[in-house]
Design a protein around this ligand. Structure first.
Ligand code: URA
Length: 280
């Protein structure tokens, strides 16, 4: 290839990459491109490959082994800094490999109210902080209406925020059941170390994971539940932690008429803070 044709090729590739980025395509989900406009439809029942390709979210060390390690490592963490480093070093969750940054927490760890979401999205992955994109901005507005902010120094007015999964799943897919299982000891240790009075669980993933239920958010929201540690050998909590499931702010962005429902949940939260003497 002449240097002139090489320059033209590079410039076309650069234009194509820029076009991808402009259109929000910022990651590769498969090694080979798939032409979805191809006129040739795949056979209805493709022959099974001799050895099936491993799924991209299969834990490298196997779920059982990853779970054993996650439990042992999480239990050893004595401080939030320990836990953050432990999660950063843990290799049992392959989503770590596709994520840009680990997302551990934001807000005041002394807060009475800890908010737990599902997993970082693209903005959170870029900035290394939970709930900083559009849904995070809506979450902040909702919390501010009841006097809670991430930056408050006073524990009664502060919030602390984290997620079930500390790494962004590729393409923002929902964490798999295996990922939730493996991440559970880390978020449970996180809760133990922060020791909040109240957990606000936004969306199905944190609710199902931490309340150990198969029920959906529509059935579980609007009432109080008691959070109890699920991971074996983690001991008991030194005080009751009240848990309030509510809709995820990303769901509210798609279904704005449900904001009134979340407002009802925020009224419950205010009542609980008042009952517990946490309103300053
Ligand atoms: N959605 C979540 O559940 N968590 C985040 O941090 C961002 C979006």
């Amino acid at each position: 290839m002449t240097s002139n044709s090489l320059n033209i090729k590079n410039s076309i590739e650069k234009d194509v990459l820029e076009w991808f980025l402009d259109n929000g395509i910022d990651e590769i989900l498969a090694h080979e491109p798939v032409n979805k406009t191809s006129a040739v439809a795949p056979p209805l029942s493709a022959p099974s490959p001799v050895s099936p390709p491993s799924s991209s979210h299969e834990p490298l060390m196997g779920t059982a082994q990853a779970l054993i390690e996650a439990r042992a490592l999480a239990k050893q963490a004595q401080t939030l800094e320990d836990l953050q480093k432990t999660i950063a070093d843990f290799n049992g969750l392959p989503v770590k490999k596709t994520a840009m940054n680990m997302v551990f927490c934001d807000g005041n760890p002394k807060a009475d109210v800890m908010v737990i979401g599902e997993a970082p999205g693209a903005d959170e992955d870029r900035q290394g902080k939970p709930f900083v994109g559009a849904s995070g901005q809506l979450l902040d507005v909702i919390l501010k209406r009841i006097g809670l902010t991430r930056s408050a120094q006073n524990s009664h007015e502060a919030t602390y925020i984290s997620n079930i999964l500390n790494w962004r799943p590729p393409g923002n897919r929902t964490p798999t059941p295996d990922e939730m299982k493996i991440a559970l000891p880390f978020i449970e240790r996180h809760i133990q170390l922060v020791s909040p009075k109240i957990l606000v669980l936004v969306g199905n993933t944190p609710m199902k994971t931490l309340l150990n239920t198969k029920e959906g958010i529509k059935k579980m929201r609007g009432k109080w539940h008691t959070y109890q540690t699920i991971t074996p050998d983690f001991g008991t909590l030194d005080h009751e932690i009240f848990a309030l499931p509510t809709f995820h702010p990303a769901f509210l962005l798609r279904n704005p008429y449900e904001k009134k429902t979340v407002w009802q949940d925020m009224i419950l939260l205010q009542e609980k803070r008042k009952d517990l003497g946490l309103l300053s």
